[in-house]
Design a protein around this ligand. Structure first.
Ligand code: PBG
Length: 348
């Protein structure tokens, strides 16, 4: 058998011993570089017409909520110190333009008013995009006619292509409609060129020059959005989003997207998804240290943690807090996450 006397003691050639600062939790917490707080978190809510809660199978713990349930959920967030929610709507009816998206009594508009009435201090962010509202599930007006457009107005562009500039008009109307209902921040997520400038112009023209824009500036065409598309019922009916969302292989291009959005007047930037894109978060933060940066810890990232935890394969609380801390360490100050309420509870 191995005897302890057989071990030789090595003399370190220098005196640096990083372990000195890791001996106790008190020491470790003194030298900790990143501290996750409930106030860093933004909690996504899916709002729908009708009553009650409709659980989303691929996102355990998350449900589509009626307006009153959304208020209750937001109250729970406020109690835990989570300062903000981001709203997604499931409309009663869908059409080629997504008319409910900018209807004064649309589902998101109702939810904004209800949450701001009951919890005025809650910061209400809204996602500004078309995909949950259009019958084709795409993030813009399609080159097929319909939507107030002549049949296939751009014969040189493919059938079904998402038209950029006509979509900007709709995005402006949606942002103004959210602002009118009382939204504190609008967050365009459609990756249309010029969307930030168009929305800024629409808001300024209508007296909402004080409403900030959080731009999904760097959003990838990611397969990690799968569960969200169940939750928001916004999956494209054909094709994909690769003609507007970014190629996962690119990072230099992220700087171009961020630069344009900053120039167009974005107040805050976002990188999405988060976990597979920590390098992108770092690059964007270093390029624009003066702008607050958000990262979206998306539905597929959430679903993976939940599934492994349900199998008893990982410790959900520890893995979640480690993940969120890592996203913050990479350079994001604001974390949009379905884990928000659990994380806030675990941080207490
Ligand atoms: C678009 C939007 C999407 C997500 C947020 N906003 C879906 C998409 O781009 O297909 C995904 C969020 C998630 O996966 O959690 N309105």
């Amino acid at each position: 058998m191995f005897k302890e006397q057989e071990l030789t003691t090595h003399q370190l050639p220098f005196t640096a011993r990083p372990r000195r600062l890791r001996q106790t939790e008190a020491l470790r917490s003194m030298v900790r570089e990143t501290e996750l707080n409930a106030r860093d978190l933004i909690y996504p809510l899916f709002v729908r017409h009708g009553q009650g809660r409709t659980p989303i199978a691929s996102m355990p713990g998350i449900a589509q909520l009626s307006v009153d349930e959304a208020v209750r959920e937001a109250e729970g967030a406020a109690k835990l110190g989570v300062p903000a929610v981001i709203l997604f709507g499931i409309p009663a009816e869908k059409d080629p333009v997504g008319l409910e998206n900018f209807a004064p009594d649309g589902i998101v508009q109702q939810a904004i008013r209800a949450i701001k009435r009951e919890i005025p201090e809650m910061v209400v962010v809204t996602d500004v995009c078309l995909c949950e509202y259009t019958d084709h599930g795409h993030c813009g007006i399609l080159n097929t006619g319909g939507g107030g457009l002549a049949t296939r107005p751009h014969p040189h562009l493919p059938e079904g292509y998402v038209l950029n500039d006509p979509t900007l008009d709709v995005l402006g109307r949606v942002a103004v409609s959210h602002a009118e209902a009382g939204a504190d921040i609008v967050a365009p997520s459609g990756m249309m060129d010029g969307m930030v400038a168009a929305i800024r112009e629409s808001l300024d023209e209508t007296g909402f020059e004080n409403v900030p824009i959080l731009s999904y500036a760097v959003k990838y065409a990611s397969s990690f959005y799968g569960p969200f598309r169940d939750a928001a019922e916004g999956a494209p009916k054909f094709g994909d989003r690769k003609s507007h969302q970014m190629d996962p292989a690119n990072v230099r291009e992220a700087l171009k997207e961020a630069a344009l959005d900053v120039e167009e007047g974005a107040d805050m930037l976002m990188v999405k998804p988060a976990l597979a894109y920590l390098d992108v978060i770092r690059v964007v933060k270093d390029a624009y240290p003066e702008l607050p940066l958000a990262a979206y810890n998306v539905s597929g990232e959430y679903a993976m943690v939940k599934a492994a935890a349900q199998n008893g394969w990982i410790d959900e609380a520890k893995v979640t807090l480690e993940t969120l801390t890592a996203i913050k360490r990479a350079g994001a100050e604001l974390l949009i996450t379905y884990h928000a309420l659990d994380a806030a509870r675990w941080l207490k």
